[in-house]
Write a protein that binds this ligand. Structure first.
Ligand SMILES: Cc1cc2nc3c(=O)[nH]c(=O)nc-3n(C[C@H](O)[C@H](O)[C@H](O)COP(=O)(O)O)c2cc1C
Length: 179
């Protein structure tokens, strides 16, 4: 499978990357092709809401989203990874998701229907509800984009627990078995 990771943390060696690395390791072992897109390093401007993209899929903004688009279209599996920022996802990942309007057509049918998606999140706080608003957003967004939501990985409590990432290993293995 071709896998694209839409990496939404600005920190390349932070908690989110550590968790994503477990997944990458397992995916590589299974022979999947992986591309990590570090969104923070890309020039992605905010969606301007003109909806001109619905017609042909072309965005009026000329920036690095054209490369993201290419990788997404070539992928079988998309991994959306982000730290929790204010009970939501990072601004970096939100920019890309907003621009994914260009994957819808004029009848709001998806041009990427049938691809699969996994989400990965880390948070400072351990409370259970901390990722809940993001999960609801992902579910509803994937539903409209026609993506098959395979599963979610999270490491909560990264600020307090030294083992917050390592204790997710079993969950990572469980998720990998679904692929
Ligand atoms: C701007 C900002 C907002 C944050 N908001 C929350 C939050 O609402 N809830 C929470 O539990 N942690 C919050 N955190 C902590 C991060 O989610 C947590 O440290 C995460 O693991 C960082 O991921 P990273 O190491 O990949 O950057 C926030 C951190 C930042 C920088």
């Amino acid at each position: 499978m071709n896998v694209t990771i839409l990496f939404g943390s600005p920190r390349r060696n932070g908690n989110t990357k550590k968790l994503v690395d477990y997944l990458i390791e397992g995916l590589k072992k299974k022979g999947h092709e992986i591309k990590v897109l570090y969104i923070n390093d890309l020039n992605i401007r905010p969606c301007q809401g003109c909806l001109k993209c619905l017609k042909e899929g072309d965005c009026t903004i000329k920036d690095d989203m054209k490369d993201v688009r290419k990788y997404v279209l070539d992928s079988d599996l998309l991994i959306f990874a982000s730290p929790v920022y204010w009970f939501s996802i990072s601004g970096q990942l939100k920019l890309v998701i907003d621009r994914m309007m260009a994957f819808m057509d004029q009848n709001y049918n998806s041009r990427i229907k049938g691809k699969s998606a996994i989400t990965v999140m880390t948070s400072g706080a351990a409370e259970k509800d901390v990722v809940k608003p993001s999960l609801m957003m992902f579910e509803k967004t994937f539903d409209l984009l026609g993506l098959n939501y395979i599963g979610h990985l999270e490491a909560r409590g990264c600020d307090e627990r030294k083992d917050a990432i390592t204790r997710t290993k079993k969950e990572v293995e469980k998720l990998l078995r679904l692929l």
